[in-house]
Design a protein around this ligand. Structure first.
Ligand SMILES: [Zn+2]
Length: 222
């Protein structure tokens, strides 16, 4: 813990001081351009991975970067739904009016592996167990592809999970509408922890390609 306390002092003295103007401009309100939905995994660090600043990303994190499918906001579903993630997405879109959404999964994701081989310890974690049941459709899609090895099954699951969550995201009426009108851009990213590489999902071709200088430029031109 001492490291974190020391880090807090170092932050104030070094990073904060060198970006003081930026922090002062953020004093009263935030105006993030992007909703970044990712896994709670400690190895995934959104601002670091995207070289972005405070105020740029509205970050929503949960186990497995899951987006629960939208349910009508009637009082009984309001009580039963997966409120935290749904409310954060609603806030980012309806209140903050973000222009982009990135759903970012990652390599070696514990949630994606637990749906096949739940560790014994999950028996003592009923909320986690219940939450990752939302990955059942992903599991079924992957098993239908009959992956030849465990490692293939793993990355297929992690990538199909991103595809599934993008699909779930589009069940939110305010997301669907803005996306259709061209007012909102939606991306699926796959972050590879050990190489630092990020693959970007092409919705039309349904494939992941590394983000490179060239690809990125091409995408901007399109
Ligand atoms: Zn994860």
């Amino acid at each position: 813990m001492k490291e974190l306390f020391d880090g807090a002092i170092r932050f104030k003295e070094e990073d904060f001081t060198s970006h003081q103007e930026l922090y002062e401009s953020l004093k009263k309100k935030q105006n993030p351009h992007t909703l970044f939905i990712t896994c709670a995994d400690s190895r995934v660090v959104p601002n670091l991975m995207t070289s972005s600043d405070p105020g740029d990303l509205f970050v929503v994190r949960n186990i497995g970067n899951i987006i629960p499918p939208y349910t009508e906001s009637k009082s009984n579903t309001l009580r039963k739904g997966y409120l935290a993630t749904t409310a954060a997405i609603e806030y980012a879109l309806v209140i903050l009016n973000v222009k982009n959404v990135i759903v970012c999964g990652h390599s070696n994701c514990g949630a994606c592996s637990a749906i096949y081989d739940p560790p014994q310890s999950l028996e003592n974690a009923p909320y986690v167990k219940k939450w990752i049941e939302l990955l059942e459709p992903v599991k079924q899609k992957v098993l239908a592809l009959k992956p030849a090895s465990k490692s293939k099954r793993m990355w297929l699951t992690e990538q199909i999970n991103i595809e599934q969550q993008l699909e779930n995201l589009l069940t939110y009426p305010f997301v669907k509408e803005r996306f259709k009108q061209g007012e909102l851009s939606i991306y699926g990213w796959y972050y590879i922890i050990e190489t630092g590489e990020i693959l970007n999902y092409n919705m039309n071709k349904r494939e992941f390609k590394p983000i490179l200088h060239q690809n990125h430029k091409k995408e901007k031109e399109q």
